[in-house]
Design a protein around this ligand. Sequence first.
Ligand SMILES: CC(C)(COP(=O)(O)OP(=O)(O)OC[C@H]1O[C@@H](n2cnc3c(N)ncnc32)[C@H](O)[C@@H]1OP(=O)(O)O)[C@@H](O)C(=O)NCCC(=O)NCCS
Length: 164
Amino acid sequence: MQIRKASLEDFQIINDLAIKTWHVAYDKILSPEQLNYMLEMMYSLVAITEQIAVKGHHFLLLSENNKYLGFASYELNYKPGVTKLHKLYVLPETQGKGAGRLLIQKIEEAARANTNHKVSLNVNRYNSAVNFYLKNDYAKIAEEDINIGNGYLMEDFVMEKSLL
Ligand SMILES: CC(C)(COP(=O)(O)OP(=O)(O)OC[C@H]1O[C@@H](n2cnc3c(N)ncnc32)[C@H](O)[C@@H]1OP(=O)(O)O)[C@@H](O)C(=O)NCCC(=O)NCCS
């Protein structure tokens, strides 16, 4: 498996991977309306352009044999000394083969290289990915309900890992 940095030119690859992973990950957690609202909010060309060009989010693409299998995004110095993991998605048929761990390790490496001492993330409280993060030494530190408009809430855990 290989990981490379992504740019805006990779928008379509990221968008395709998001659509393929989101339905499997969230169909039982979110209504179809909320799922589509969130996909548009987070993965439209306008949204991804803003994340990369304005907010400075870094995107990673994981591939094997020239096929893209997953992606992640993160933001260095989201708060002083803290990297925020914004997105981490691996295609359903690829899950459980170490791709998620490779991506999260790459983000932790980037955080350390930039003297960030902590990685923080939000994950839906009903998403079994919580267990993936626990396995990778992230701890639940808070619960957060975030109003994302249109009457929708994101019901999250905040999880953190110290890199010290
Ligand atoms: C969560 C996700 C990124 C993990 O990636 P992955 O490639 O499947 O995970 P890995 O194969 O690297 O697993 C690493 C370890 O975590 C464990 N693990 C992975 N997913 C798990 C889960 N849902 N529940 C319990 N353990 C899990 C694996 O068993 C493995 O443990 P091991 O070292 O003892 O073998 C991936 O399953 C995914 O994309 N899920 C759907 C999208 C999603 O919810 N993303 C997170 C949004 S915040």
